[in-house]
Ligand binder design. Structure first.
Ligand code: SF4
Length: 139
């Protein structure tokens, strides 16, 4: 059973914004995230679930890690994007790349499309909400 509404925050770790557009479409539109008990918030500090895109780079690495640290516990991390967040894509091997994110933090779910589809974002969030429900109901 759900124990309250889960908050979702987005972290841009240097993606191209292609996935971000689809994430916004999933969380603010006809896909009705309310039905799966999630809502978007601006601050990672309010979040139970973090959606991250991008390969992580020198400039944003500390900010990304600080945002992750601020999220509520237990938190879930979903990395979106086979073209950069998961594989580093065209950024792989760059002098400036510091990821991928799972080199720096534990990731709970990967969505590998480039760009992701809004339906996949909703399905991914459903999975993480179920996991959070289970973990919180155990307490
Ligand atoms: S996975 Fe592809 S579409 Fe998504 S942010 Fe990375 S490069 Fe852009």
């Amino acid at each position: 059973m759900n124990k309250g509404k889960y908050k979702v925050s987005y972290i841009d770790a240097g993606g191209c914004n292609g996935c971000y557009i689809e994430i916004v479409a999933a969380l603010y539109s006809k896909y009705n995230p309310e039905e799966i008990n999630v809502e978007m918030v601006d601050s990672a500090g309010q979040a139970d679930i973090l959606i991250i895109t991008g390969p992580v780079n020198t400039r944003n690495k500390e900010d990304v890690l600080n945002d992750i640290k601020q999220a509520k516990e237990p938190k879930k991390i979903m990395v979106v994007g086979g073209g950069c967040g998961i594989s580093e894509g065209i950024f792989k091997g760059s002098y400036n790349t510091r990821g991928p994110i799972d080199k720096l933090e534990k990731v709970d779910l990967y969505l590998p499309e480039c760009p992701v589809k809004p339906q996949a974002v909703i399905e991914g969030l459903k999975t993480l909400v179920e996991e959070l429900d289970e973990e919180r109901n155990r307490k």
